[in-house]
Design a protein around this ligand. Structure first.
Ligand SMILES: O=CC(=O)O
Length: 342
């Protein structure tokens, strides 16, 4: 009985605390991993009252029903895939979703459009960081940087001198899948390495000096490296399949800084195991963070933790953009970085 009374007391106190904090300021609900939000929170001015379900003892459903009935703005500070109809049904006043990502594949766009909910997103904020990461992964895979690090740490250098040779980056024929802002930034960087650039995208870009291939198979047949820079859509889902990888060839390298499911991951692992492609640098996976264990055993693969955007500078820029969008929204001005593609 005492335990039950204590619990009710704690719930009432936490409800009062939430209500007190939010008396004046516009409310913004936050859904997503608390650790991502906590890296941003210190940068936000004291202008909004952030509703954080993880601070409450209530279930998410109960929390939303209790506190978020008049909430108009929702912040998603990571790529989470749990924003389903059941959650949206608990948010009858919702008018805006701010996602801090550049990709919007985690949002059900037709449903949000149907419900009249606007979206603000990161736009091109991270393109340089993501392009830097793509080039970093490529150099790592070709020149065995991480594999060399493991070799040295395992004290194998003095005893086992037969470390494999790397492959040269300069002059490589690079195929970029998706020549948006990130793809362009990757191309610009690799031009500096004397690489020859080709690309695939929905349509040929005017005034672009790179060779265009209208399908990825043809692109792969003419390249030694594929760098995946496109968004994940129904059309691009598993667009990089076994046939494409076989066309890339035995020394071919795949870099993915876009979304895991653009590549058929099972087929990629099979191609890597059977040495039908040369290697891969992967920042993203089909299901994160539970990635296939087989990848851990492959020495021709460099793994990263969906971290291409995670620089101090990009987090500062992202916090600023979130605040600008919230300020615009709560003062009935146009959003600063609206997502228009739905
Ligand atoms: O993956 C990260 C993003 O879409 O911003």
């Amino acid at each position: 009985m005492k335990e039950r009374d204590d619990r009710i007391f704690r719930l009432v106190v936490s409800k009062m605390a939430v209500e007190r904090q939010g008396e004046e300021l516009p409310q913004v609900l936050v859904l997503g991993p608390p650790w991502v939000f906590s890296t941003l929170e210190s940068q936000f001015p004291n202008k909004f009252h952030f509703l954080k379900p993880w601070d409450s003892e209530l279930s998410l459903h109960q929390f939303l029903i209790s506190y978020a009935q008049s909430t108009q703005a929702l912040l998603i500070p990571a790529v989470i895939h749990t924003l389903n109809s059941a959650i949206l049904d608990c948010l009858p006043s919702l008018k805006l979703i701010i996602t801090t990502s550049a990709g919007v594949d985690h949002l059900n766009l037709p449903e949000l459009r149907g419900r009249g909910i606007a979206i603000a997103y990161a736009g091109n904020l991270y393109s340089e960081d993501v392009a830097d990461m793509a080039v970093g992964l490529l150099i790592d895979v070709l020149r065995n940087v991480t594999a060399g690090d493991r070799f040295v740490r395992q004290r194998l250098w003095p005893t086992k001198p037969d470390f494999p040779l790397g492959l040269k980056l300069s002059g490589k024929q690079i195929g970029i899948v998706g020549l948006g802002k990130i793809g362009f930034e990757v191309a610009k960087r690799l031009e500096g390495f004397g690489c020859r650039i080709s690309y695939n995208s929905k349509t040929k870009k005017p005034l672009v000096p790179y060779s265009y291939y209208s399908n990825v198979h043809e692109l792969a047949s003419n390249c030694e490296v594929l760098i995946i820079c496109c968004g994940l859509t129904e059309e691009t889902h598993h667009i990089i399949n076994r046939e494409v990888m076989l066309a890339l060839g035995k020394n071919g390298v795949i870099i993915n800084i876009a979304r895991g499911a653009v590549i058929n991951e099972k087929e990629m692992i099979q191609c890597l195991v059977e040495r039908e492609i040369g290697g891969a640098g992967l920042d993203v996976f089909e299901i994160e963070p539970e990635i296939p264990k087989q990848l851990f055993t492959l020495h021709n693969v460099v793994l990263s933790r969906h971290a291409a955007i995670t620089t101090h500078e990009s987090f500062v820029g992202m916090s600023k953009l979130v605040v600008e969008n919230l300020e615009a929204f709560f003062s009935n001005k146009p959003l600063v970085s609206p997502y228009m593609g739905y």
